[in-house]
Design a protein around this ligand. Structure first.
Ligand SMILES: Cc1cc2nc3c(=O)[nH]c(=O)nc-3n(C[C@H](O)[C@H](O)[C@H](O)COP(=O)(O)OP(=O)(O)OC[C@H]3O[C@@H](n4cnc5c(N)ncnc54)[C@H](O)[C@@H]3O)c2cc1C
Length: 459
């Protein structure tokens, strides 16, 4: 008998799951229906800031696989169709199309891949014209249209996370005066404040005015209802365009209404096979789930395309009759603002403390190439290691070309559970155009190992 798979959400996780399941099970065996409420499918939200900045084309080039390609692959993809209820007891989904037509569709297997919703603070004016989120390709088009308006000179970016700093760059590239207003102590609160300070310095060096520790209290509008300024308790910042980059939360209202289990961060809870806990035929992945942090041993909500694509593949393999699991994450992320690269993996200090871990820190400055080689650029590496055991706990890097992807060495070391002593012995490649003879990661590991030994002496 033909089984039916219903997928809710047509981006990274949902369509990866659908495509992988289709690869393993033919249409006669598995019917696949995918609901996507938007106009686009399998698109890269990650590319939106670079499209707006003018580095890449868009929106078509940000679509990895078109609706037509999915349909050719025997996936019944329904764009402009929102899933509005899940009846998990009877195994069916209620959908509504753009004409308001509603329909129940039964499923044998269900994939929930609804992603995340951008945080919009409940402040006056936040829905005004001229205030933009950057979640979808439609948002990208709206920002570009906003930038095309006559007399646009000043941009205010609200939020100093990676989307905020990437959008600050995009606004700079359009020649605007940019102010970044953030409630946190420093931009990039996924880093420790001392490393966030370096990002702040870099932003200011690029001409961005950075206002930290100041939550936005209102978006002020003109007589026509268009945003004209962003206000904090202390100041008003004139704006011809406002971009929100305040992070996201799991989009799980539908799942919650269906009685599916959510964790303390609001994400769906799954097992390692990405099956929703306690539900044999319901799967979930991507930005709508919580993931295990392998370093802290706690569940976290980390909205990243890397995980979303892996989750989708794993779900598709399992629905397709194979076996795959997702062990967890170490919390690796990279970003940039103009030529300044930012990277992190593992735990920052506050996360280590929250996990009850004692640690030492090492901060070093080194260069991306041999010091005498042209264009050797300074980078700062911060490393955390567990007191006593010397186990690597986390790494943060801020620097220029060649800085960010060095964090992958640390991600591998974290995954392998290496100590900083073991890291020193890693046989990393060296030639003057690529690194100093001691790679910055090894220099940091040496310093961290020294700190661990010193603390052990004082035990
Ligand atoms: C500006 C920006 C930059 C980013 N940059 C990076 C980066 O550099 N690196 C990185 O790793 N990650 C990055 N990300 C994060 C990455 O894009 C997401 O983690 C990834 O897209 C998550 O995939 P997903 O399938 O879980 O969710 P989404 O991509 O959010 O897809 C969910 C889909 O479900 C649809 N949907 C939701 N509810 C319903 C419903 N009820 N019915 C029907 N359809 C529904 C939505 O319309 C959406 O298309 C970035 C995100 C943004 C916004």
């Amino acid at each position: 008998m033909t089984e039916r798979l219903v997928v809710i959400g047509g981006d990274a996780t949902g369509m990866a799951a659908a495509s992988q399941a289709r690869r393993r099970r033919a249409a006669g065996e598995l019917e696949i229906v995918a609901f996507e409420r938007g106009r686009h499918v399998s698109y890269s939200a990650c590319g939106i800031p670079y499209w707006i900045a003018g580095d890449t084309d868009g929106p078509d080039s940000l679509v990895a696989r078109t609706a037509a390609e999915h349909r050719k692959n025997d996936i019944d993809l329904r764009l402009g169709t929102e899933a509005v209820a899940i009846d998990a007891e009877r195994g069916r989904v209620l959908s509504r199309d753009t004409d308001g037509r509603e329909e129940w569709t039964g499923y044998d297997q269900l994939v929930i891949a609804t992603g995340a919703v951008p945080v919009r603070p409940p402040i006056p004016g936040v829905e005004a014209a001229g205030v933009h989120g950057v979640q979808t390709l439609d948002d990208g088009e709206a920002v570009l249209k906003g930038l095309d308006r006559e007399g646009v000179r000043r941009a205010v970016v609200v939020g100093g996370g990676y989307i905020g700093v990437e959008m600050a760059e995009a606004m700079l590239r359009h020649g605007l005066d940019v102010t970044l207003v953030d409630g946190a102590e420093q931009p990039m609160s996924t880093l420790d404040p001392d490393m966030g300070r370096l990002v702040r310095d870099a932003l200011e060096g690029l001409g961005v005015r950075v206002v930290s520790g100041s939550p936005v209290t209102a978006v002020l509008t003109d007589d026509g209802g268009r945003a004209r300024a962003v206000a904090t308790d202390d100041e008003e910042f004139p704006a011809d365009i406002v971009v929100l980059g305040l992070g996201v939360r799991p989009n799980t209202a539908l799942a919650a209404d269906a009685g599916l289990p959510l964790g303390s961060h609001g994400g769906l809870l799954t097992d390692r096979a990405m099956r929703v806990r306690g539900r044999e035929t319901v799967w979930a992945g991507g930005d709508c789930v919580e993931v295990l942090n392998l370093v802290s041993g706690t569940l976290q909500h980390i909205a990243l395309g890397t995980h979303a694509n892996k989750h989708g593949r794993i779900i598709g393999v399992n629905i397709g009759g194979g076996y795959a699991t997702f062990p967890g994450v170490v919390g690796t992320a990279v970003s940039k603002v103009c030529d300044v690269e930012i990277a992190r993996t593992g735990l920052k200090e506050s996360q280590a403390r929250a996990a009850g871990l004692q640690y030492v820190t090492a901060v070093i400055e080194s260069t991306s190439r041999a010091g005498y080689y042209p264009e050797a650029a300074v980078m700062t590496v911060k490393m955390l290691a567990e007191r006593g055991t010397g186990r690597l706990l986390g790494v943060q890097i801020v620097g220029r070309e060649g800085a960010a992807k060095r964090v992958d060495i640390a991600a591998v070391a974290l995954t392998a559970g290496m100590t900083v002593d073991q890291m020193i012995e890693l046989d990393l490649g060296y030639a003057p155009p690529f690194s100093p003879v001691w790679d910055p990661i090894l220099v940091a590991a040496r310093k961290a190992a020294g700190e661990v030994a010193e603390r052990a002496g004082r035990r």
